[in-house]
Design a protein around this ligand. Sequence first.
Ligand SMILES: [Zn+2]
Ligand SMILES: [Zn+2]
Length: 405
Amino acid sequence: MRSTSKDDEIATDINKMVNNSTSSSILLIIASLSDVVNAAKDYYKIMGVDRKADERTIKKAYRKLAQSLHPDKHPDKQSEFVEMSEAYQVLSDSEQRSIYDRFGEEGIKRHQAGKAGGGGGGHDPFDIFRNFFGGGGGFGGQAGVRKGPTKQFEVKVNLADMYTGRRVQISFDRSAVCPTCDGSGARSRDDIHQCSACNGAGVRIVRQQIMPGFVTNAQMTCDKCGGKGKMIAHACDRCSGAKVIREDVELDVEVMPGAKEGEELLFEGESDESPDFEAGDVVVKLWSERNKNAFRRRDANLYTSIALGLDEALLGFERNITHLDDHIVTLHRRGVTQPGYVERIEKQGMPKREDWDTFGDLFVEYSVVLPDKIEGDLRKVLEKVFGRQPGAMDEKSKKDGHTEL
Ligand SMILES: [Zn+2]
Ligand SMILES: [Zn+2]
C-alpha cells in the first residue's frame, strides 16, 4: 500500500515539474525518494560521463559508444547498445534529463508512458544512430568506422617542471561536429531528402554507347548527390552544410615528476572530429628546456659544473647550489680538489619516473680558475712557500726572450 501511494506522488510531481512549477513539498518528496533512485539504472554510468556533463560531452560519449557497441559490428552487444541508446535518449533531452535527475529511471518511465499514445515518443536505438551517422541505422557494408589522423605536439617544459611535476595547458584548434545540426549539415531533419536521381543508392546505372550499335551499362557515382544518396534542401546555418566547425580546445597536460625526454602522452579522441569517422588521438611529446641553473640531464642523472678559486681548490670550500625545486644542496670538501674532478652526490638527480621515491644522482664537475695575475706581496709569499728564489722567473723569462704578461 505504501509504495503505491508513493508512486502516485511521483506521477503527480512529474506533472508539476513538467509544468515548471516547483515547491518545497516536491523537494521533500525528492529527498525521501533517494533510495528508490539509487536502485535504478544509472544512465550516467552507462554513458561513462559525469553527472555534470554538458550536452557536447554526452553526444561525444554516444558517438564513441555507438561505434563500439553497434550490433552490426558486435552482435553480442545488442542489449548493451539498446541500454546505452536509452540512456542517451534521456540524457540528451533537457526535459527528460531533469526528470531523470530528480526521479530516476522509474520517473522517466512514467513520463515516457504518459507521452506515448500521442505517437512519436518512440526511441528506436537505430533511429538515434541514424541521426548521428546518417544512412540506414547501421554501418552498411563498412568493415568498421575509420579513425581520423593523430595530431602530434612537441611541448617544451622547464627541466624544473619535470623534476617537481606540473600541469601545463596546450591549446590548438580542431574541427568539431557541428553542434547545431549534429553533423548532418542540414537545417533540420526534414531538410534531408533521398536523392531522386539515384534513389539514395549514390550510384547510377548509365547506358553508354561505345560505338554505333554497341551499348553497355556502366555504374557511375551519382553526379547529383556526389555519391551520398542524400540531398540537403536547406543547409545548417551554423556550419553552412560543412557538418563541422572549427573550435579552440585546451588540453591539460600532466607532466609527472621524473617525466622522460620524449615521453608521449596520449589523449584519445581529442583530434579533429567528423561525422564520418571516429576522432583521432592527440599525442603530446615532452622535452625539457635548458634551465637557469644549467643542470644537464641524462636519464635520471643530473650534471652541473662549479668553478673554484685557487684557494678553494687548494684549501677546501663550502658551496651551496640551488636545486631545481629550490632546495639547497651544500657541497663541502676539505683539502685539494683537482681541476676536472667529478663528485657524485647520491640521490640528488631526477626522480625516477617509474618510482618517484627514488632518485638518480647528481654529478658535479669542478674546474679551477686561476687568478689573472699574482703580484706584490702575494707573489713574495708564494715564492717563499714554494721555495723559489725571489725574482728568479723574471730573469729567466728575459733571457728566453719572453715577456711576462
Ligand atoms: Zn544521387
Ligand atoms: Zn551544422
